[in-house]
Design a protein around this ligand. Sequence first.
Ligand SMILES: Nc1ncnc2c1ncn2[C@@H]1O[C@H](COP(=O)(O)OP(=O)(O)OC[C@H]2O[C@@H]([n+]3cccc(C(=O)O)c3)[C@H](O)[C@@H]2O)[C@@H](O)[C@H]1O
Ligand SMILES: Nc1ncnc2c1ncn2[C@@H]1O[C@H](COP(=O)(O)OP(=O)(O)OP(=O)(O)O)[C@@H](O)[C@H]1O
Ligand SMILES: NC(=O)CC[C@H](N)C(=O)O
Length: 628
Amino acid sequence: MEETRLRLAAAALNQTPMDWEGNLQHIRTAIAEAKQNNTHILLLPELCITGYGCEDLFLSPWVAEEAFGKLLEVKEWCDGITVAVGLPIFLNKQVYNTACVIKNREIVGFTAKQFLANDGVHYEPRWFTPWPANEVQEFEMQGQKYKIGDIIYEEQGVKYAFEICEDAWRPNRPAERHMPKGVQLILNPSASHFALSKTDVRHRLVVDASKKYRCAYVYANLLGNESGKMIYDGEVLIAQNGKLIRRNDLLCFKDVDLEIAEVCFSDKPAITEVIEYLPPIDENKELIAALSLALFDYMRKSRSRGFVLSLSGGADSSLCAVAVAEMVRRGVESIGLEAFVEKALLFSGEDKARFRQLPQEEARKAIVGKLLTCAYQGTINSSDDTYTSAKELADSIGATFYNWTIDEEVQGYTSKVEQALGRPLTWQQDDVTLQNIQARVRAPAIWMLANIKYALLMATSNRSEASVGYATMDGDTAGSISPIAGIDKSFIRQFLVWAQLELGYIGLQYVNNLQPSAELRPQEQVQTDEKDLMPYEVLNMIERLAFYDRCSPEQVYDILLERQVGAPEQLKAWITKFYSLWSRNQWKRERYAPAFHLDDYNVDPRSWLRFPILSGGFKEELQRVQGK
Ligand SMILES: Nc1ncnc2c1ncn2[C@@H]1O[C@H](COP(=O)(O)OP(=O)(O)OC[C@H]2O[C@@H]([n+]3cccc(C(=O)O)c3)[C@H](O)[C@@H]2O)[C@@H](O)[C@H]1O
Ligand SMILES: Nc1ncnc2c1ncn2[C@@H]1O[C@H](COP(=O)(O)OP(=O)(O)OP(=O)(O)O)[C@@H](O)[C@H]1O
Ligand SMILES: NC(=O)CC[C@H](N)C(=O)O
């Protein structure tokens, strides 16, 4: 039996759109590490020269030209190795999303993506043209001729070809056609966004393909918060004939994360009978890993000097605070304290010397103290419970904490308007107005802190609130990032219990005993979110059915009735409230600060879900629900 052994490597890279210098540096580091390890073939992620998230810049011909120039630089680093590197190619007024194969400093060819990602957060057909199956063409660039298309390559007699990210997610994927042609190795450069539990799907896609197509399958994803909203987990997978050979730790804080495996190719491969799949995914662990890396990358890539947070002691702001503490804990664990503080780009030599002298936990707290500034901004409607919760949490993680009240400012605005109108504002007549002024008055001072510190102001809205507009525009929505706007409230509440018990955030014990409340009405009215809206579990069910499963209002009603979520009249009321508030508040969703995509869907019109700002508001559909 003929046997060939190849050392195959794949590297996850933390790239940034149009950061030519940084992106090339990471590519160069990966190539150097692969060469040191005598690698035959190194796979790098999709579009890693430009970055995947260049958006409409991909339509500018000069961007592809610039990328081609960078490719020629990369080529020179590839002596004695084959490297697959991604970039856009502009040909006949079309842009192609390609993987270029460089072998020993020669460009062998460009494989162009055949299936463009166009669902959820992906909008590739806006920029790229899909390449037709089986077609190979020649093109000329800077006086040289190159091959582009559906190419089969060869390394020491082993035939290999590509599936570029989405290519692998379609039924008639390229591997179907490649296997009969004797291809034994598939390379998949990807930019596959993070979503809870998605790694399981990806793992199946790769390992199942390696069995079905009797091949070795190498997969390299991007890593980190690349361009603001989408997070990449940096997954690297190497599998063969149904068996996983390598899988790295996901969501690390490195710039380059490389895995290598020696793979044996033979005429008669031994195919795994029963594939071993991943154990169930712990979504709490995944969430905090993704959120903390997303915050770190956002902070350093935006050159901001930490975070400012209006900390109410409620669930949403507490999660934001814990996320920053975890950013420091996980970051230090992933790359070490020295590298972490260096990479954060904001600490002085004096700071660094101080951190070095402290025991690890103290050092982490001292870093949090510099990176996170919180303020409790109470009113007469605030409770001692929320103050204690905010203060204890801030102290336990080492955050800088301020406390002041805003009643004077609320009173100032209220009396001005009362004078102008010539009447007092009352809770009977002006309920929402009197609530909103409190939320709004919290914005200017907290913005001041953010300005003073050159820090990012965290807006704390979650996805459930965003769906129904349960937030005050320019009040608690004020901020420069909305880190948790992609996560629903029920998930947040169970996460905080888990974080207290499993991650040891004892400061969360107070919030975990509180009912979510805006604390905007007088205390005797005992305001809770769920009294104002509906149970969060129900709200989430309606939201998912309506916008993820794409059911009509009537279908939502029928399903909830069958699931015995509530009595018919109660369900009708909840559904009517949800759709009415949903429609009325699209404008608010358009105005949220940039939010991370974390769950398998979100309600952000600039990433996952588009909806008209002005609409009929489901009037007829809701009448039909009422008539049931
Ligand atoms: N289609 C449209 N396009 C553009 N603007 C539109 C609009 N429809 C209304 N508007 C504007 O929107 C304004 C109303 O919006 P806004 O002022 O934000 O307030 P609004 O949505 O009326 O009320 C805020 C709600 O959020 C709740 N809340 C507030 C703050 C914190 C929390 C908490 O959970 O802690 C909860 C509060 O209890 C209340 O139910 C209108 O005065 C109008 O100017
Ligand atoms: N007393 C307060 N001090 C500081 N910030 C506050 C205060 N009350 C509200 N906020 C700000 O307004 C945001 C919105 O309040 P909201 O009630 O939706 O969230 P939460 O208080 O964090 O959580 P929960 O809804 O579980 O009480 C808070 O996250 C916080 O940023
Ligand atoms: N870049 C891509 O083609 C991504 C699409 C693919 N379906 C994924 O989410 O992983």
